[in-house]
Design a protein around this ligand. Structure first.
Ligand code: PEP
Ligand code: MG
Length: 595
C-alpha cells in the first residue's frame, strides 16, 4: 500500500510538547437518541430507569475519582467532584424527571430536551471560561445518556503505545483518566484554551491540540500522526523525514524547557539585584502541584468563579475546605484568593438577573456581591476560617470608588464578628487588597493605597476599560494593546502610588505572563507578577538574564513615545536583541508556543 498523502491541520496550541504517534480514533458522536411516548402507567418505571442511570453514573465517577487519588501526579479530582455535584443538579435531574411525567416521554428524550434548555442559559455567556463550563454539563448528561442506553461510558483503550487520541471532544474526566503509559497526546475538533480539558492537559503535561476542525474526516485508527503543541499543528500521514524532524525538534525543545524548569529554585532576581516574586494564576485546586513544579512562589490570583458553577452556590463548608486545601498545599507561601467576580457577561445558573445592555459596565463582581450580602458573607467567612492554614490574602475585584471598598471592608468586618461570636478561629491579620482594573481606581490609586494592604493590577479589564475595547470582541482585538502609551502611563502611576504608600503591587492580568513585556514590567518596578504556571520558567529565566537598570531605560524610552506601533516595534526589537532564543525578528520562537 502506498503512503497516504500528508495532511496538515491547524488548531489551538492547548498544551506544549510534540509527539509522534499512532491515531486512536474515538468517535462518540454517532448515536441517535430514541424518542417515544410512554403510557401513564409506565411513567413511574421510566423515572426509576432514569434515576438508576444517574446512580450508575455517580458510582462510575466515584470509582474514577478513587482511582485518580491513588495515582501520583494526577490530581484533577475537583473537576470530577464538580461533575458529581452536577449529577445531583436540580435543573438537570429534577428537570428531566418532571419532563418525563409532564410530557409522557421516555427518559432519553426528556434528558435531551433538558440539556438543550440548560444549554440556552450558558449560550448567552460571552466569557470563554464560562462558555466552556457548558461542555461540563453536556459531558455529565452524556454519561447518563450512555448509561440509559447501555452504551460504553469510558474511552476504549488504545491497543498500542504512543497513541494519539483523536476525538470530536474529550471530557475532562476522559482526559484525566488517560493512561500515560499508552497515550502520548490528543487532538480534538472543538474546545478552547480555557476548557477544562486543555487545563488538565497542561497540568498532566500531555501535548494537546484543540479546535482542529475536521480532523475526524481525515484521521483513522492506526494512521501515523505528529502533533505539535507548540505550534498548534497536526500532521497526518507524515513522511519519514517529517517524523525525523519532529523528533529532533521535540528533543531540542524538551531539553530546553527542562533546563528552564531546572532553574525553578533560583531566585527570580536580575543581574543587578532586583527581585520579583513569581506567582501562579489558577482556577482550581488541582493546578497547585503543576504551579509548584514550575516554580510558583505563591498564588497571585485564585479565581473563585469555578466553585460557583452549579445551580446552587457552594456551601460555606465546601468553600472553606477548598481554600484550606490550596493554602495547605502551598505550605505557607502567600495565596491571594479573589472574592467572586461574576455578573455581567459571566452569568451563572443560580443568578437570575435581567440581561444587561452593557454587561461589562453592569452589575458584576464586587457590585453584585455587595448586593448579595449572605452569599458574600458566606464566602468571606469561608476564607477567614481557612486563613489559619497558611498565608491568605483576600482580594476584592473591580473596585471603582472608595465607597465600594469601604463597604466591602465593612462586610469583611461583619464576617469576622460572626466568627468571633461563634468562637471560630481565623487570622486577624489577614491581608486585604484590591484589583486595579477600572481606570478610576488607577487614577485614584494614591487614595486607595492608604486603605488596602496590596494592589493587584488586572490588565485584562484595565485595558478593556481604558481603551474602550471589549476584551471578548474579535472585531476590535487589534486595538487591545498592553503597550498603548495610555496604559503604560497608568501602570506607572499605580506602581508609584503603591510604593509611595509602602504597599506592594502585583500584576495578574495576561500581560504579566507574556515574556515580550517582561522588561516593561521590570522597568515599572512591580513587586510580583502572576501568570499561567507554564509561563513561570520563562519569566524566571528572562529576569535572571536582565538588568533592572536597563529595563528602566527601556520604559523611560518608550514613555516618551506617543505612537503605540513605534512602542511595540521598539520593545520587540529590544527583546529580540537580548533574547534571540525566544524572539525572532517578527514574532516569538516556537519555544514560547502552547503556553
Ligand atoms: C483582569 O481583569 O486582568 C483579571 C486578572 O481578572 P479577570 O481576567 O478574571 O477579569
Ligand atoms: Mg478582571
Amino acid at each position: 500500500m502506498g503512503r497516504r498523502r500528508t495532511k496538515i491541520l491547524r488548531g489551538i496550541d492547548a498544551s506544549p510538547g510534540i509527539c509522534v504517534g499512532v491515531v486512536h480514533l474515538v468517535d462518540r458522536r454517532k448515536f441517535r437518541v430514541p424518542k417515544n411516548h410512554v403510557a401513564d402507567h409506565e411513567i413511574e418505571q421510566e423515572v426509576a430507569r432514569f434515576r438508576e442511570a444517574v446512580e450508575i453514573s455517580i458510582t462510575q465517577l466515584d470509582a474514577i475519582r478513587e482511582k485518580m487519588a491513588s495515582r501520583k501526579g494526577q490530581e484533577p479530582r475537583a473537576i470530577i467532584e464538580a461533575h458529581l455535584l452536577m449529577m445531583r443538579d436540580e435543573m438537570l435531574v429534577d428537570g428531566t424527571e418532571k419532563r418525563i411525567a409532564k410530557q409522557s416521554i421516555n427518559a432519553e428524550w426528556a434528558l435531551k430536551d433538558t440539556v438543550a434548555e440548560i444549554r440556552k442559559v450558558f449560550d448567552n455567556l460571552e466569557d470563554d471560561y464560562f462558555k466552556e463550563r457548558r461542555s461540563d454539563v453536556e459531558f455529565v448528561a452524556q454519561r447518563i445518556m450512555r448509561n440509559l442506553m447501555g452504551r460504553d461510558t469510558e474511552l476504549s483503550r488504545p491497543s498500542h503505545e504512543n497513541a494519539v487520541i483523536v476525538a470530536h471532544d474529550l471530557s475532562p474526566v476522559d482526559t484525566a483518566g488517560l493512561s500515560r503509559r499508552k497515550v502520548a497526546g490528543f487532538v480534538t475538533e472543538i474546545g478552547g484554551k480555557t476548557s477544562h480539558t486543555a487545563i488538565i492537559a497542561r497540568s498532566l503535561e500531555l501535548p494537546a491540540i484543540v479546535g482542529a476542525e475536521g480532523i475526524l474526516n481525515h484521521a483513522g485508527t492506526g494512521d501515523r500522526i505528529i502533533i505539535d503543541g507548540y505550534r498548534g499543528e497536526v500532521i497526518l500521514h507524515p513522511s519519514d523525514k517529517a517524523i525525523q524532524q519532529a523528533q529532533m525538534r521535540s528533543e531540542v525543545l524538551r531539553h530546553r524547557v527542562a533546563e528552564l524548569v531546572s532553574e525553578k529554585s533560583l531566585p527570580a532576581k536580575t543581574i543587578d539585584g532586583k527581585k520579583v516574586m513569581l506567582s501562579a494564576n489558577m482556577e482550581m485546586v488541582e493546578e497547585v502541584p503543576t504551579a509548584l513544579h514550575y516554580g510558583a512562589e505563591g498564588v497571585g490570583l485564585f479565581r473563585t468563579e469555578f466553585l460557583f458553577l452549579n445551580r446552587r452556590p457552594p456551601s460555606e463548608g465546601y468553600q472553606r475546605r477548598c481554600y484550606q486545601k490550596i493554602l495547605r498545599l502551598m505550605k505557607g507561601r502567600p495565596v491571594t484568593i479573589r472574592t467572586l467576580d461574576i455578573g455581567g457577561d459571566k452569568r451563572l445558573p443560580f443568578l437570575r438577573s435581567e440581561p444587561e445592555a452593557n454587561p461589562a459596565l453592569g452589575l458584576r463582581a464586587i457590585r453584585l456581591t455587595l448586593r448579595m450580602r449572605p452569599l458574600f458573607l458566606a464566602q468571606l467567612r469561608a476564607l477567614l476560617r481557612a486563613s489559619v492554614d497558611g498565608q491568605l490574602k483576600i482580594l476584592f475585584p473591580m473596585i471603582s470608588c472608595l465607597h465600594e471598598l469601604r463597604e466591602a471592608k465593612d462586610v469583611l468586618e461583619a464576617a469576622k464578628e460572626q466568627l468571633r461570636a461563634k468562637g471560630q478561629a481565623f487570622d486577624p491579620n489577614v491581608k486585604v487588597g484590591m484589583m486595579i482594573e477600572v481606570p478610576s481606581a488607577a487614577f485614584m490609586s494614591d487614595a486607595f493605597a492608604k486603605k488596602v494592604d496590596f494592589f493587584s493590577i488586572g490588565t485584562n479589564d484595565l485595558i478593556q476599560y481604558t481603551l474602550a475595547v471589549d476584551r471578548q470582541n474579535e472585531q476590535v482585538a487589534y486595538l487591545f494593546n498592553p503597550l498603548h502609551v495610555a496604559i503604560l502611563r497608568l501602570l506607572n502611576r499605580v506602581v508609584q502610588n503603591a510604593h509611595n504608600n509602602k504597599i506592594p503591587v502585583s500584576m495578574c492580568g495576561e500581560m504579566a505572563g507574556n515574556p515580550l513585556y517582561l522588561h516593561i514590567l521590570l522597568g515599572l518596578g512591580l513587586d510580583e507578577v502572576s501568570m499561567n504556571p507554564l509561563a513561570l520558567p520563562y519569566a524566571r529565566h528572562l529576569i535572571r538574564g536582565s538588568r533592572h537598570k536597563e529595563a528602566k531605560n527601556l520604559l523611560h524610552q518608550v514613555a516618551q513615545m506617543t505612537d503605540s506601533e513605534d512602542i511595540h516595534a521598539t520593545v520587540h526589537q529590544w527583546m529580540a536583541k537580548r533574547f534571540p532564543e525566544f524572539f525572532t525578528g517578527d514574532g516569538h520562537a516556537d519555544i514560547l508556543g502552547g503556553l
